[in-house]
Design a protein around this ligand. Sequence first.
Ligand code: COA
Length: 362
Amino acid sequence: MKNGLEDVIAAETQLSDVDGAAGRLIIRGVSLDNLVYNGTFESVAALLLDRLVECPVDRDQLKTLLGAARKDLFAYVANVDPAIIALPPVDALRAMIAQLPDGEDFDAALRLMAATAVFLPAILRLQANKIPVAPDETLSQSADILRMHSDRMPSPDQVAALDAYLVTISDHGLNASTFASRVIASTRAGLTSSVVAAISALKGPLHGGAPGPVLDMFDAIGSAENAERWIINALDGGERLMGFGHRVYRVRDPRADALKQALRRLTASGEVDRHRIDLAEAIEGAALAILKQRKPHRPLDVNVEFYTALLLDALGFPREAFTGVFAIGRTVGWIAHAREQALNGRLIRPRSVYIGPLPQAA
Ligand code: COA
């Protein structure tokens, strides 16, 4: 048995390839750099869903269809149960998504992509005792998410930064949540069931729950001169450094640099405090040197969550909501994998090795 199924091949996919030795991510034949450059949520969604849904769509058609779907889904926000709003944002998002009908067609896919975008900003506003803002169907998904959250029209740089984030995290091989989505799809349960299972896997701190704690670490360190001492204390206390390490990458996660560049563009337009990036770089440098010394047998580098934390913070999302924003971007990847599994795969049903006691002889 391979603990954690490390290196076990459990699916064939045309969707994305994570090359852990070279630090390269390809999504449907396009390298991450090219995808992020001028990419939007709609463009990567059209690419991922190509030939996996009944009708071909390009980015412009998808923008129109998603806008209409967001408008329809706002009806769910009016009747949301206060017990759901009392939950942490990602749990509230999962509960609201679970109300949607299951289905395997393009309408079900659109509904889920639009639902994450509408529900999370509404949850955040209701939790802050503010009235939810209705979707504007003429906007792109990223612009509307920011607008529904802040009740202000975002700047083009802010929209570009959220698009860069959503494109960067749209799909990433057979990670834990994507595997969960494929397992559910292999039973033909439907796309809503796949997405609910995937959100449940994503929320753990070893997967998509890390960026909130990354920001906590930045705050606790506070200034560059404290970085080394804080990191040594944390590791001495048996803690893991959030935003570092990866099951597949043995070099730097290429998504970290894609997000760092998006953050730099926001800084250039004066929308992020330059000192935040300086502090992040100081923490990164100190952490890499100490991890190299402490774990010489295991190359550990920065992963996607490190710069995610700064980018989403700069876009005004509270840290408790970071995993929910991750879910907005990854839903399209989960759907594409679920469709691929349902179209080409068999029921996923591995075996276990029994190591318990045997029945006593009579
Ligand atoms: N900080 C300190 N040590 C770390 C570490 C981190 N972030 N990540 C891994 N390690 C160490 C482990 O302690 C272990 O050391 P040991 O061999 O001396 O016991 C070794 O590296 C291997 O760890 P393992 O748990 O087998 O790695 P994995 O492939 O199962 O874990 C992660 C991958 C992502 C879960 C892990 O790197 C981690 O917990 N990172 C922090 C959480 C995070 O940022 N998650 C977001 C991922 S995108």
